[in-house]
Design a protein around this ligand. Structure first.
Ligand SMILES: C[S@@+](CC[C@H](N)C(=O)[O-])C[C@H]1O[C@@H](n2cnc3c(N)ncnc32)[C@H](O)[C@@H]1O
Length: 227
C-alpha cells in the first residue's frame, strides 16, 4: 500500500463515528471522531446506545469476523481491535456503508486492552489468526498475561474463541491453558474443515484464513472459558 493511500485511510478513520484510536500504549488517550478524546471504558453503552452484550474480535485486521458476526447477530454489539489503522479502515468503512450500527473498532495495542474495557464489560472474545511471533512468545495473544487481561474484562461465563492456522501458536496456546487451573476447554479441533462445522460462525473466513487455506494449511479452532 502506498504511503499516500495509507495516510488517506488514516484521515478517513479519524473522521469516522465508529472508530476509536489510542496511539501510544504509554499514554492512554483514546480519540473518537475528529480526534475528540473520549473515555468509553465501562461506558460503551454511550457509543452503541443500548446494553446488548459485547463481543471483541482481537487482531481483527480488516474486521471480517466483526462484520460477519454483526450482520448475523443483530442482538449483540461487536468491536474489532487491532493496532493497524489502515486495516481497520476496511471493516469500519464496510460497517458504515451497510449501516451496521452494532459495530465499532478500537485501534490500540491489545496489551493495554483493560484501559478501554471495564471488568465484566465483555461477553465474548474472538482471536482470529493472531501472529505467532516466533521467537517472541510473550507477544503472543495467548501468552499468560493476556489471559489475565481477558479474564478480568469478561463476564462470568464469557468465552474466548480462537481460530488459527499456525501450529506453533496452537500448541503454545494449549500448553498455556493446560498450566492454568482456572480454564475450562469447551471445544478443540485441529482441522475444522475435515468434518461438518459444529458452529455456523466458523464458516466466516478472514483475509488471512483464505490465504492459509489456499496454501493447504489446516485451520484449528479452540473455545474456552475462565472459571
Ligand atoms: C495475521 S493478522 C490477522 C488479521 C485478521 N484477523 C485476519 O485473519 O485476516 C494479525 C493482526 O494482529 C494485529 N496485532 C498483532 N499483535 C497485536 C497487538 N499486540 N495489539 C493489536 N493488534 C495486534 C496485527 O496488526 C494484524 O492485523
Amino acid at each position: 500500500m502506498s504511503k499516500r493511500n495509507k495516510l488517506s485511510k488514516f484521515e478517513d478513520i479519524m473522521s469516522y463515528p465508529n472508530v476509536y484510536q489510542n496511539f501510544s500504549p504509554k499514554e492512554i488517550m483514546p480519540m473518537g471522531q475528529g480526534g475528540k478524546v473520549v473515555q468509553l471504558k465501562g461506558k460503551w453503552v454511550e457509543h452503541f446506545g443500548d446494553q446488548k452484550p459485547i463481543t471483541l474480535e482481537l487482531a481483527c485486521g480488516r474486521g471480517e469476523y466483526t462484520i460477519q458476526l454483526a450482520r448475523d447477530y443483530t442482538d449483540r454489539n461487536f468491536i474489532g481491535v487491532d493496532v493497524k489503522g489502515a486495516r481497520i479502515w476496511k471493516g469500519a468503512t464496510m460497517a458504515l456503508s451497510e449501516g451496521l450500527d452494532n459495530v465499532a473498532f478500537m485501534r490500540t495495542k491489545i496489551e493495554v486492552i483493560e484501559e478501554f474495557f471495564a471488568p465484566n464489560e465483555i461477553s465474548e472474545i474472538w482471536i482470529t489468526f493472531a501472529d505467532p511471533f516466533l521467537g517472541k512468545p510473550n507477544r503472543r495473544l495467548t501468552a499468560p498475561d493476556f489471559h489475565d487481561r481477558y479474564k478480568r474484562i469478561l463476564i462470568d461465563g464469557g468465552v474466548v474463541n480462537m481460530k488459527i492456522d499456525d501450529p506453533t501458536l496452537y500448541e503454545f496456546t494449549k500448553e498455556v491453558l493446560a498450566e492454568r487451573d482456572d480454564v475450562k476447554i469447551l471445544y478443540d479441533r485441529d482441522n475444522i474443515y475435515s468434518q461438518p462445522l459444529d458452529f455456523p460462525e466458523l464458516q466466516y473466513k478472514t483475509y488471512y484464513e483464505k490465504s492459509h487455506l489456499e496454501k493447504g494449511r489446516k485451520i484449528k479452532y479452540m473455545r474456552w472459558m475462565y472459571v
